[in-house]
Design a protein around this ligand. Sequence first.
Ligand code: ADP
Length: 215
Amino acid sequence: MVGGEKVELSERQEKIIQIVKENGPITGEKIAARLHLTRATLRPDLAILTMAGFLDARPRVGYFYTGKTGSELLTEKIKKFTIKDYHSIPVVIQENASVYDAISTMFLEDVGTLFVVDENSCLTGVLSRKDLLRASIGNQDLNAIPVHIIMTRMPNITVCQTDDLLIDAARKLIDKQIDGLPVVQETNYGLEVIGRITKTTITRVFVELVTNDDI
Ligand code: ADP
């Protein structure tokens, strides 16, 4: 696993890196001979080190050391994460739904942000917890207020798309000081809401980086 400066490699993998650092480019056969092991025994270690980016392999030349540190490799990895692999299901509500409906939906679906859509499932607004609190203060009949009156509306909504980088979505959350982004796709009718990225998404990825066994 690549984790910051500290990379947990086996003793044998460390030795392989050292050999390649000093002698690369060097063939798998030669690395195996130096360690008094067979090429077959070494194959999984070489595969791990190559996949993790410590070593590069060139056909008929051999292995060489890429010179990248654990944190450089981690950064490279994070910069490849895209929205499509991490977004969750959006919770949407129709424009004519009442503030009361929106509050119920937020509790039932256990989310902090609702996306407001028109009849084509296209984005028209966003409702946060505070939007609903604000609308509730001093108002007796929450059933009588439709959400489109209080929502943050298009075109002032920050969105992302499936091929965007997760790190860019995280930056948008920070820069705009918001809890979530709708994942949208362009249609003839507008921006269809197909997912959501929230601070929880980013927190989960952060934890997975440390606990996942894959490199
Ligand atoms: P909270 O209101 O619970 O602090 P947010 O920080 O997400 O939640 O919302 C702050 C304000 O920003 C709210 O008025 C909300 O409607 C708006 N908002 C939330 N998400 C977005 C978004 N993706 N684009 C534009 N505005 C948003």
